[in-house]
Design a protein around this ligand. Structure first.
Ligand SMILES: Cc1cc2nc3c(=O)[nH]c(=O)nc-3n(C[C@H](O)[C@H](O)[C@H](O)COP(=O)(O)O)c2cc1C
Length: 340
């Protein structure tokens, strides 16, 4: 049996020559899956975490921000997602990220953003499968590490060509495909269609990952059952809760679904915040961290979050020291304002 076929129905998941520890993956999210979040998710057992999308031309041109997005020290396997529309540029970016330590290169053909699609990259590539295929071939040929591909179901409901793209990708040497169960035209509206991903399952034998709207272990099981995929990828549900991916992976493997203690969560949020401040400086780091801090606070405070003054303060203060003491208070005394 070849490696791809071994994946189907098995407990483990392989990406090329890499054996993953489980079947849940942290989705790439621009502006969100910074190295701090990925490191925390990895430490709490996420089998795979994917970087924010990196524009191939910006990486090749040495843009600082692109290099920061692709960082992965302390993470294994380290996956860098690249996007672009020029095969030669994608190949060069793949070569460079591999040389900088990436263990896997992921190609973005799922981003619906107009900025990205205006230059015929992201999900716009699903409108021109010949061009998409040449881009895949160039990227795969450029590196020794496995190359994976993330896509949507198609451009719109009249062109659900994910199975055809996946078939071409498999023939071109792609090691794993992820399908977000929406079309480009849907952006993030409606509900992800996990059953529609099954058409891709029928088309390829390489590992298949189902994505879209997964919130918990129950969803993860339902996604696998509906799609026939080998693994699940979750994004938004893990914001403010990066330990979720590891917990779901353990649950899918038959273990118990357990979240870390409040103290462990506090330390994780602190580590994530500190990494942002260390890499961006206090002012930019505190500002960049706000979406994460809001999500950490919402998760820790639950239904009380909207009326808790600490939630409002943590997303407005400019001082890293105040953020740290608010994190202590929010995680360790979540009911303190209510009780007062
Ligand atoms: C803020 C944000 C940024 C995203 N950035 C990327 C990206 O850089 N690359 C990508 O392939 N998908 C990106 N996505 C899509 C996610 O990877 C994922 O496919 C989508 O959110 C559906 O999964 P979820 O419902 O589990 O969040 C992004 C999504 C969000 C919400």
């Amino acid at each position: 049996m070849n490696k791809a076929a071994e994946n189907i129905g098995n407990k483990t998941l392989r990406v090329g020559g890499l054996q993953l520890s489980g079947k849940a993956i942290l989705a790439p999210m621009s502006g969100i899956t910074d190295i701090g979040m990925r490191r925390v998710a990895h430490r709490f057992g996420a089998p795979l975490v994917v970087s924010e999308m990196v524009a191939s031309s910006e990486y090749v041109n040495g843009r600082h921000e692109a290099r920061v997005r692709a960082e992965g020290q302390g993470i294994f396997p380290h996956v860098v997602q690249i996007a672009g529309c020029d095969p030669a540029m994608m190949a060069e970016a793949a070569r460079l990220v591999e040389a900088a330590g990436a263990d896997v290169v992921d190609i973005n053909m799922g981003c619906p953003s107009k900025r990205v699609n205006g230059r015929l990259s992201g999900s716009a590539l699903m409108r021109d499968l010949d061009h998409a295929t040449s881009l895949i071939e160039a990227t795969v040929a450029a590196v020794k590490v496995p190359v994976t591909l993330k896509m949507r179901l198609g451009w719109d409901e009249n062109s659900l060509n994910a199975p055809e793209l996946a078939r071409r990708a498999e023939a071109s040497g792609i090691a794993l495909v992820t399908v977000h169960g929406r079309t480009r035209v849907q952006f993030y509206t409606g509900k992800a269609d996990w059953r529609a991903i099954r058409e891709v399952r029928k088309a390829v034998r390489i590992p298949l990952v189902a994505n879209g709207d997964g919130a918990d272990l129950e969803d993860a099981r339902a996604m696998l059952a509906a799609s026939g995929a080998d693994a699940v990828m979750l994004g938004r549900a893990a914001v403010g809760r990066p330990w979720l991916i590891g917990a779901i992976a353990r649950g899918l493997a038959g273990g118990e679904f357990t979240e870390p203690t409040a103290e462990e969560q506090r330390l994780a949020a602190q580590e994530h915040f500190d990494s942002l401040v260390a890499s961006m400086g206090e002012k930019a780091g505190v500002r960049h961290a706000r979406k994460h801090l809001a999500a950490y606070a919402d998760h820790a405070l639950g239904a009380a979050a909207p009326s808790d003054g600490r939630r409002a303060r943590i997303v407005t203060t400019e001082a890293a020291g105040e953020v740290r003491s608010l994190l202590n208070s929010i995680f360790l005394e979540p009911a303190c304002e209510k009780a007062a």
